[in-house]
Design a protein around this ligand. Structure first.
Ligand code: GRF
Length: 217
């Protein structure tokens, strides 16, 4: 079966990109990366892509007069590389609704909280400050409102009593790296699709193990 063609958009370190690169290196993985686009020339993720022999392109937003012009260049690049699914992986620019709607139901994002809680920045610090017992991460289809859209996959990460934003970020990233390749696989295999404002699953078990935090014994 033909592999799902991915375009991965980054702005920084690219550890989620690396997880996707590593998954795509497996012969039976049902997706392949066509292009990696960064809006920042210094993004370490560009080196990760180059090292893996993947097209790595910087489209620096600072070279464009308007957000529309920048997004037009990104759109054209994705089309030129025949991208079928856009994966935002630490892409740190707001995208206009025109761009988002062009890729509606064909663009996913990863966010480091249990959405719809803690949209925006500094998610871990805010969750610790509030004293909630779980942080987490979410993969969702992208809608024009920031950190919004049908939720595909989430991981709940218990927050320890002495947790710091850094320690929680590190713990959460390990789950992000497991989730992103798994979420792409579900889409590629036709097991997850948008239905209304939710994601419908086909042949996927939701799991039945609840977690209590703090542990009761
Ligand atoms: C991750 O925490 C992701 O949830 C958020 O940005 C960060 C990207 O990290 N959207 P990396 O560049 O993949 O290492």
């Amino acid at each position: 079966m033909a592999k799902l063609k991915l375009g991965v958009m980054i702005s920084g370190s690219g550890t989620n990109l690396q997880a996707i690169i590593d998954a795509c290196a497996e012969a039976d993985y049902p997706a392949e990366i066509q292009v990696v686009i960064s809006n920042r020339p210094e993004a370490k993720g560009l080196e990760r892509a180059e090292k893996a022999g993947i097209n790595a392109i910087c489209i620096d937003h600072k070279n464009f007069e308007t957000r529309e012009a920048f997004e037009g260049a990104v759109h054209n690049c994705l089309k030129e590389h025949n991208v079928e699914l856009v994966c935002l992986a630490g892409f740190m620019r707001i995208l206009n609704s025109d761009f988002v709607n062009r890729w509606r139901d064909r663009m996913i994002n990863i966010h480091p909280s249990l959405l719809p809680s803690y949209k925006g920045l500094h998610t871990h610090a805010r969750a610790i400050e509030d004293g909630v017992r779980f942080g987490g991460c979410t993969i969702h289809f992208v809608r024009p409102e920031m950190d919004n859209g049908p939720i595909l996959m989430q991981a709940a990460v218990p927050i320890a009593y002495d947790e710091t934003p850094e320690s929680l970020a590190a713990k959460t990233l390990t789950y992000e790296h497991k989730m992103y390749p798994a979420a792409i696989r579900m889409i590629a295999e036709g097991k997850a699709r948008v239905s209304g404002n939710k994601v419908a699953f086909n042949g996927i078990d939701s799991g039945d193990v609840g977690i209590i935090s703090p542990a009761t014994k």
